[in-house]
Design a protein around this ligand. Sequence first.
Ligand code: NDP
Length: 448
Amino acid sequence: MALKNQYLVDLLETVKKRNPGEPEFIQAVTEVLESLEPVAERRPDLVEAGVFDRIVEPERQIMFRVPWVDDNGKVQVNRGFRVQFNSAIGPYKGGLRLHPSVYLGIIKFLGFEQIFKNSLTTLPMGGGKGGSDFDPKGKSDGEVMRFCQSFMTELYRHIGPDCDVPAGDIGTGAREIGYMFGQYKRLRNEFSGVLTGKGLTFGGSLARTEATGFGLCYFTDEMLRANGMSFEGKTVVISGSGNVAIYATKKATELGAKVVALSDSNGYIYDANGINLDVVKDIKEVRRGRIKEYLDAVPTAEYHEGCRGIWSIPCDIALPCATQNEIDGESAALLAKNGCKVVAEGANMPSTPEAIEVYFQNKMLFGPAKAANAGGVAVSGLEMSQNSERLSWTFEEVDGKLKGIMKSIFAACDSAAKEFGLEGNYMAGANIAGFLKVAEAMKAQGVV
Ligand code: NDP
């Protein structure tokens, strides 16, 4: 869908010129501006206030050197990032990605998406994201700790519980958050809720580990029900085998579906009997191993090299939970041809624009990442509330609130889509509903 509104066409040109060599960021901005075309037409006051021009430019971008010493005594240098994108509705909030593919463009696309996602949660959180090109894979605990301490030794001066509250993402789990929290506390001499996803013994929230995967299934369940379907008896394919994939598998199974495949960056497993999650958790959470080791415990399953092949497995519902652009037009066409009716995104921007086009052409139900995976940051927001009141809520209490939030996110996407004449287009609904709240705040706060 090409932009027609001349003001937005010009704005997108400016964004492209100003951010060369950052295709993921341009992709994310293009998708949002296309969805916002009817808003720009209907709300000249927001155009006048420069909200569109301002929202595509980060408030602050920080890049820094992260030196550390490996187990052989050799000095290593990585690059650290924190992009503080928008604080109109609350402190910057968003995860830290540790992966060799990280560069400024990846962090900016994630930070931009985070603005709208956080707005949809109904909680007061602005948008930000950070990370490093450090690869935790194959590193010892000591190396990961030294990296995290060095990373925080610079980051600490830019964050704080009322200013910017980072969390986990790819490569950053409880271990990394623990090391970073320890270093922050030492540098600041302060025990505060500056990070979320913390361990349960030092301020972490119950259900945070499960939140993104569970939330994805709660959102998908709402979307299915609104369209006369449910998870019951459905075959589900889930990519990835990290935090989001594992807990999406758990909840989808609890809701009556059969999850038949998972993957990592090397390949995918297919288990026609349904994935045995205990085996996966042991490989991934305890031993930090590879998904192909699943066959050691379940020899009747299949392993295939190459992660993209996972989309050739026939399924009713696909939940991409690995990384950006993992479903291209070709994979989407294969999913559609094999009878897939629903795609809901656990990962951030896992579908290319061509893939999304295929979903719409085939009238598939599409739950976009900003809405569908917002459960993680929503429970991070609840962790901030618990830290502020110095109380811990029960698992059931947090899970109940998560369910309520995902329900309200679906309702917001659904009704915004209807209001702008785009019924059933939850991508447009998510972008519009997420944008409007931030836009009103930006307008009210003046040109800042
Ligand atoms: P993890 O690090 O726990 O797991 C990531 C999984 O995706 C691994 O199986 C990994 O395989 C695979 N993966 C990562 N990069 C690639 C790649 N370039 N190609 C193929 N596979 C890849 O991360 P999470 O589960 O936390 O995150 C997964 C996605 O969900 C990300 O897009 C993230 O931004 C998003 N997300 C996460 C949230 C959270 O709360 N954790 C919240 C909202 C969104 P391998 O081990 O081989 O690298």
